[in-house]
Design a protein around this ligand. Sequence first.
Ligand code: SF4
Length: 285
Amino acid sequence: MKVRAPSADSRYSEVRELIHGSSLHTICEEARCPNIAECWGRGTATFQILGDTCTRACRYCYVTSGAPGPVDPLEPLRLAQAAKDMGLKHVVVTSVDRDDLPDRGAGHYAATIRALKAKLPEATIEVLTPDFLGVEEQALDTVLAERPDVFNHNIETVRRLHPRMRGAKASFDGALGLLRQAKERAGYPVLTKSGIIVGLGEENGEVVETMRDLREAGVDVITIGQYLQPSAKHAKIDRWVHPDEFRWFREQGEALGFGSVFSGPLVRSSYRADEQQRAAAVSAR
Ligand code: SF4
């Protein structure tokens, strides 16, 4: 696999300065995403709210684990201003898991969506949330009351590997339930979305089974991408999935009725999220 290096004529440096100058975090940097030159070069990024330290420790994820600091109440305003300065038409917001907070961070998501809507009323908004363990319904109601256009929660891997990769707190059925409930509780036509990482030890049939489970939970958009081991401490790569297999996953996903299927080695949950959202919105009409 080859990725681009940042080029001098792209918007990479401008995005970098804006994000660092606004004291914001992005999953692009925190997770060492291989697409950073491409995405930042086209003037997009995925904001990571609620700090840079996660209360979980998934075996594939490079984000720092530990005890997070206090929530910064001004972060939503800085994020909204940065999104406006970047001229974003589709804003993607994700976060670390915050099992330490009574609302698991849902109120901060809501504040961020409100700030974005005030600064950028024309932009569409996508949230890629944690599982809000133990307060799922209240958290969903808090976030969905602000009417994000896309509600995204990654299932990450197939049922069999879920406990090994994600630890005891996360659950495959919990992730499906969150996505199903998001659709049911929204009260407006929210698009729901999820993502699978392949190369962790799953079989292709299990990927299709997971897609089927997601469709049964009403999910509209799916992303499938190759796992890359971020450090020697993380789960090893089990296999390199061939581009033909990614094409096959896309065909299977389309046959199952997803409004948009992005499947390829470098696809990530927020990769070209603006295009995914547009494709799914057209197909939902
Ligand atoms: S794919 Fe997502 S996380 Fe990766 S660089 Fe692009 S916007 Fe950032």
